[in-house]
Write a protein that binds this ligand. Sequence first.
Ligand SMILES: *Cc1c(COP(=O)(O)O)cnc(C)c1O
Length: 392
Amino acid sequence: MKYMYQCSECEQIYDLGPELMLCPDCSRKQEPTRPLRGVLEVKLEGQPAQNWQPRDLLPVESEYFPAMPVGDTPLWEPYRLRKALRFPHLFIKDDTVNPTGSLKDRASFLVAAFARQHGLDRIVVASTGNAASSMAGVGAATGLEVTIFLPVRAPRPKMVQALHYGATLIPVNGNYDRAYELSLEFSRTRGGFNRNTAYNPLTIEGKKTVALEIIQQLGQVPDYIFVPTGDGVILSGVFKGFRDLISLGLAPRMPTVVAVQAEGSNALYRAYLTGDFAEPVSAATVADSICVDVPRNGYHALKQLKTYGGTCISVSDRDILAAQCELARTTGLFAEPAGATALAGFLATHTHIPNPSTVCLLITGHGLKDIDTALKSVKIPRKAISRIEELP
Ligand SMILES: *Cc1c(COP(=O)(O)O)cnc(C)c1O
């Protein structure tokens, strides 16, 4: 297989290399407080083996892969949820079981492998929490020094996790968008390979493996895939996976991809309706992993939604918390709020979806990653007992 970079805007081709992040031409058109211009994608050519594996379609040789079982996550057939919703072909792609508890490991895995191949030993990343804890964990497995920029109010479990893996944590006064800017300034002025989502082309490429696995597990292209969406990189990764397969003659068509945003952080949804990204509002949602003022991959994500007939919907925090509970109670899968957002989107729209359709929900992050929010929906009993007789 042969790999190169291609600009998602002007389609210019570039050699793959650690120096290049954005298209040098298109990134000159960058405006402040707007999504990134000149996002690069990996373009691949060749013919994979008959019994190809998702990792065969990644632009780094397997000898550089971290010793960590990222991906290969299970596809559930949740019969109680299927029955309750009368959707016999509903599936759950459970990415909570990745080593650090979120889908972000797919991107970190490829970034770490690439760093190893190119002899880079320092990684810098800004995050709402999961990309940081993920990069820290995969970095530990690989032997990379990881510096993370996180909003000072990021969920504590994600911080604790990153610190345990040995990362250097730089809390930022401000939100994720501010952390993103500071991390870019840091890698520019002090060095380090920047893993920021959408900015580093390997993030989309790494996340595409989720689509490759789904088609192998299902043996067909699903009709619908629901994707929780913040910066829009998982979304583009899903599109990229199916596009690769179509271009290689390994899949017949695109699924209908549904981007699900939180009402309080729905810049992509608004751009989907109006055609452009307006001035950002201050994002606020219980689903911290999809809380972004400016979706960094916004232009690219929007273009793909329009090109491939995808849709974008917006759900309330209440719907997200209700979906988190319903998922746990009917399937046994405990997801963080962003992780349950795909279900919230499906619950809001399933009556309009032709049935039976094959529907796949991406569950992207583990419930224990944000205990404070999970506690909003349950109560820990106050009173402890010493003897059974104290029970009513
Ligand atoms: C990062 C993340 C998302 C959203 O991914 P984007 O690429 O930012 O759209 C969704 N769920 C979880 C758990 C995440 O960590």
